[in-house]
Design a protein around this ligand. Structure first.
Ligand SMILES: Nc1ncnc2c1ncn2[C@@H]1O[C@H](COP(=O)(O)OP(=O)(O)OP(=O)(O)O)[C@@H](O)[C@H]1O
Length: 629
């Protein structure tokens, strides 16, 4: 009846970060989290799943009903044997023994059937919950995602869905059966004997559970200290070893050994306390069991003496109590597991409660693109309201024309593209496409109308084919290859041993910056949107490739509204208008030649870049030079 000491036997640093080390507790409440789980187990209108739940419950009832009859048949066998011996006419209690065997088989068979029927309910609930959270996360704003670590989010889903399985299986395979068994056994004892047998059994079991819950809570705190001290000792050892040379420079080996020893001592004490707490738990549990058994056996023995009970009855009550304590034996682990699972599930469901910062307005209509004129009207914005980034920016990209935004780093150029894509809403002013305010149309239609080649291209850890085809998932291979040819990535792909099936590695790390960018260009070409946005789209390319890509981009953008965000002015000299953005304000605007002639900020920037990187900017050396140059 004792619990194992598995968690305590871990040597320093070998213990994995135990769940107790998880720092934050979500603000939702266990009751609410369980309520949120209900629709996944008891889904509206899904009678297949509901039917499985009902059948599982019936099988559970069947299994437990069969198992509680086992001691009764046992009692009958003992009584019949006893009577036979007393009468010197020993008989084999065939019926009692066969019934005993049948009850065992039925209990086991019902239990196994219940497992397999319920498994589908549990797996479906996990899948649906994970999918809901996944969908919701994709609907949340960029701000939300930038503030959270992606790893943390995926861990929340992973742990949360695992927690659903743990909770369901624990509830159905541990808690519910035990509760049912306690009720059935106390009911039978009451019916067969008298209420006191039921009361004593119930009190003993209730005392056992209460004691286990209290001590388990205490143990959780102690185990947390043990894990924390282990982590600290481990960190100290790693830090010292990493600083091997520094330790040697200063001859501090002994000093480091002592520091490490101090950390180990803290762990040692915590480990001893954890072991002691386990002993307290085991001793207390055994004491309560023994007390219950002694009380019941004493009552049964008294009954035999008084002639009201048989020897079989004595065996019966004893067997019942032992049968009840068997599942209670692991109650401490089950309790802790349920608590941890509840926390994990809450953490996942808390994500579902995060409001969508950017949402479609009620009754939002799809954007109707008619040429694709993009207009920024007095737009203001700051990621943090206390720090304005854009301060009343106005400009228009007429349908089918190209406008370039240039300016120093941090001026707010990329921010303009994020606002146009509606990753954020402007705090002031309006952004319109063909006269329709982008905040009034559906996000799906808005984003379908714009193609972007971002500053940093991040690819999926999949094949090149998958990454290019991502621009339009229903494109044919021919269309995909055509897009790749326009983006000048076809030759590169053909030269790879695995060709189109080459995997690009995490975030596309197996490709160079330029190759990644060409994949991004190819998939935007494939998307074929009426509005294009290039955020320094050719920055990672060498001069030769850049020229080619520039030519292609010009071709691709012909007839489309194009917004180019650029650092290097050489890439935008042909734009219909160039907007110079500085500190979130439009400082200058005009065509390249006019801006050079003005001799202002643009002209100064041009000269600086010409001097700094003549090889690259030589692309447009035929352009007129500024008056001041
Ligand atoms: N998510 C964010 N949260 C807070 N501040 C941000 C965020 N993104 C950008 N900023 C800040 O907003 C300002 C404008 O950034 P933005 O990326 O628009 O500049 P940029 O002109 O495109 O610069 P670069 O040419 O270097 O890409 C910068 O000061 C930047 O630090």
């Amino acid at each position: 009846m004792t619990q194992t000491a598995a968690p305590n036997t871990a040597s320093p640093h070998s213990a994995p970060p135990a769940p107790e080390t998880r720092p934050t507790r979500p603000e939702m409440g266990e009751g609410r989290a369980l309520a949120m789980l209900m629709p996944y187990i008891w889904p509206q209108g899904d009678w297949g799943t509901r039917g499985r739940v009902i059948v599982s419950m019936l099988l559970l009832l069947g299994a437990k009903s069969a198992s509680v009859t086992i001691p009764i048949f046992y009692k009958h066998a003992v009584d019949q044997l006893g009577a036979g011996i007393t009468a010197h006419a020993a008989v084999v209690p065939v019926l009692a023994i066969l019934s005993y065997g049948l009850a065992r088989v039925l209990s086991l068979a019902f239990g196994e059937l219940r497992d397999s029927v319920f498994e589908r309910v549990a797996q479906r609930a996990m899948r649906k919950a994970a999918l809901s959270v996944f969908r919701h996360l994709h609907g949340l704003s960029l701000r939300f995602h930038l503030e959270r670590q992606t790893g943390g989010l995926s861990r929340s889903i992973e742990r949360g869905t695992k927690a659903i399985e743990t909770l369901l299986s624990t509830a159905l395979f541990n808690i519910l059966p035990t509760v049912l068994e306690i009720l059935l056994v106390t009911g039978i004892l009451w019916r067969l004997f008298n209420i006191w047998f039921a009361v004593v059994t119930f009190v003993a079991v209730a005392g056992y559970i209460t004691f286990t819950v209290v001590i388990s809570n205490w143990r959780t705190r102690i185990r947390r200290q043990m894990v924390e001290s282990d982590t600290k000792a481990s960190a100290r050892a790693i830090d010292t070893l990493l600083n091997y040379e520094t330790v040697k420079y200063f001859g501090n080996e002994e000093h480091e050994a002592q520091r490490y020893d101090r950390a180990l001592k803290v762990y040692e004490q915590a480990a001893v306390r954890t072991q002691t707490s386990l002993s307290v738990l085991n001793v207390g549990q055994s004491f309560i069991i023994a007390l219950g058994l002694v009380a019941v056996m004493w009552m049964a023995a008294s009954g035999i003496q008084a002639g009201t009970l048989t020897l079989g009855d004595f065996v019966l009550v004893n067997t019942y109590l032992l049968q009840l304590y068997q599942p209670l034996n692991i109650f401490g682990f089950v309790y802790r597991g349920v608590k941890e699972a509840l926390i994990d599930m809450e953490k996942m469901f808390v994500l579902l409660g995060v409001d969508r910062e950017i949402a479609d307005k009620p009754g939002a209509q799809p954007l109707v693109v008619n040429g694709g004129e993009v207009r920024f009207e007095d737009v203001s914005f700051g990621y943090d309201p206390r720090r304005p980034i854009l301060k009343g920016v106005s400009f228009t990209v007429p349908a089918g024309r190209t406008v370039a935004i240039v300016g120093p780093s941090g001026a707010g150029k990329s921010t303009l593209s994020r606002l146009l894509f509606r990753f954020y809403d402007a705090s002031g002013g309006r952004i319109l496409i063909d006269g329709q305010e982008i905040s009034a149309v559906t996000q799906a239609s808005l984003r379908a109308a714009i193609g972007i080649v971002p500053q940093d291209t991040v690819l999926f850890n999949d094949t090149i084919r998958y990454n290019v085809a991502y621009g339009r998932t229903d494109a044919t291979q021919g269309e995909v290859e055509h897009a790749a040819a326009l983006a000048h990535i076809d030759g590169f792909i053909a030269g790879l041993p695995d060709g189109w099936n080459t995997t690009v590695g995490e975030r596309g790390l197996k490709l160079s910056g330029g190759e990644k960018q060409r994949v991004a260009i190819a998939r935007t070409i494939l998307k074929n949107p009426p509005i294009l946005m290039f955020d320094e789209a050719t920055s990672a390319l060498d001069t030769h490739t850049e020229r080619e890509i520039q030519r292609n981009l010009r071709e691709v953008s012909r007839g489309r509204t194009t917004l180019i965000i650029a650092h290097r002015l050489s890439t935008v000299v042909d734009a219909d208008e160039i907007i110079v953005l500085e500190e979130g304000r439009v400082r200058e605007r005009g065509r390249h030649a006019d801006l050079l002639a003005m001799g202002g900020a643009y002209a100064a920037l041009w000269v600086r870049q010409q001097t700094a990187d003549p090889a690259k900017d030589g692309v447009v050396s035929t352009q007129p030079q500024p008056a001041s140059a």
